[in-house]
Design a protein around this ligand. Structure first.
Ligand SMILES: NC(=O)c1ccc[n+]([C@@H]2O[C@H](COP(=O)([O-])OP(=O)(O)OC[C@H]3O[C@@H](n4cnc5c(N)ncnc54)[C@H](O)[C@@H]3O)[C@@H](O)[C@H]2O)c1
Length: 308
């Protein structure tokens, strides 16, 4: 039996994600959106790519949650993207209504699904999805860390003129300007990055990583990034469907880990068939812990506004 994946939102992230999922043949795909015709049209277009790309998947588009029933994975991408000058937090209330409505309907007909939230502001929307779905915490996660880390790795590889595959590291904290890259745990072919570039250069990269989303928004003028975000979701979906036990930075609901209680924050987790199979706790220096706490406090301030 092929897996069934529902992608809520057939916009830039959702449609590109459906395209990438089909290319990787990860499962049958249902695209759902409030716009009539758009998910159907994009779904049909992707279906018709099958004979050329060599996949036999079902790709469909709909406006009716009944068609999403019994999904194994639901990816929430619907909502409004940032406009230039707009922070992720400005999106809070508008996207809260969207997530509440869509996840309420989707979770009801797919009670055993794993949920990956992409809609911004990410951590607060993941928390909304967690509360609205009533799913256990290992089946609800937010995508941000994989994307932020990919940006971080790209900039380091570019600066050192080495393969991106040599660069390993991760970004902690909320998906926002307070995210916490951890240079101490960043390596290039096993060599600590701190031995390969001066602190000032690494600080510039960290700053660029934290503003990575805004850099693209500024260039595009309308809309925000979608190629790398959709690639990041595919890495998570692949880890889940193939039970890879892959350690990836994801927004997870913390219940005391890292001294944080009752909040979605980006941390390294082990992703496998059950979803989040373990939250990996690493030792942080007092400065790193302070940065993580600051990031968590900014997530908390949003969550308090919407009361989730
Ligand atoms: N977590 C991350 O790292 C990350 C990265 C990129 C984008 N995002 C976020 O993802 C979201 C989508 O971005 P995008 O570029 O695809 O935007 P987009 O405008 O291209 O697409 C959004 C789609 O959502 C649909 N939609 C709106 N309300 C809906 C509802 N109630 N039910 C179903 N569909 C609905 C719209 O019709 C539209 O097709 C934004 O919130 C954006 O900020 C997050």
């Amino acid at each position: 039996m092929r897996k069934k994946i529902t992608v809520i939102g057939a916009g830039n992230v959702g449609a590109t994600l459906a395209h990438r999922l089909a290319d990787k043949q990860l499962g049958d795909i249902v695209l759902i959106d409030i716009l009539e015709g758009v998910p159907q049209g994009k779904g049909l277009d992707l279906l018709e790519s099958g004979p050329i790309e060599g996949y036999d998947l079902k790709v469909t588009g709909t406006n009716d949650y009944a068609d999403t029933a019994n999904s194994d994975l639901i990816v929430m991408t619907a909502g409004f993207p940032r406009k230039p000058g707009m922070s992720r937090d400005d999106l809070l209330k508008a996207n809260y209504d969207v997530v509440k409505d869509a996840i309420g309907k989707a979770a009801k007909v797919s009670p055993n699904a794993i949920l990956i939230v992409v809609t911004n502001p990410l951590d607060a929307m993941a928390q909304t999805a967690f509360r609205v779905s009533g799913f256990p915490r290992h089946r609800v996660m937010g995508m941000a860390g994989v994307l932020d880390t990919a940006r971080y790795r790209t900039f380091i590889a570019e600066a050192l003129n080495v393969s991106v595959q040599n660069v390993q590291g991760f970004v902690l904290g909320g998906h926002g300007d307070t995210m916490v890259p951890v240079p101490r745990y960043t390596t290039v072919a096993g060599i600590p990055v701190t031995e390969l570039m001066p602190k000032e250069q690494l600080d510039e990269i960290i700053e660029r990583t934290a503003n990575g989303g805004a850099e693209i928004v500024k260039l595009l003028k309308t809309g925000s990034a979608f190629y790398a975000p959709s690639a990041a979701v595919v890495e998570m979906a692949d880890a889940i469907f193939n039970d890879r036990k892959k350690i990836l930075p994801c927004a997870a609901y913390l219940e005391g880990e890292y001294g944080i209680q009752g909040l979605f924050v980006g941390v390294p987790v082990k992703l496998g068939a059950k979803g989040i199979e373990q939250i990996i706790e690493i030792k942080l220096t007092p400065e790193e812990k302070a940065a993580l706490d600051k990031s968590a406090a900014s997530v908390k301030s949003l969550v308090d506004v919407i009361g989730v």
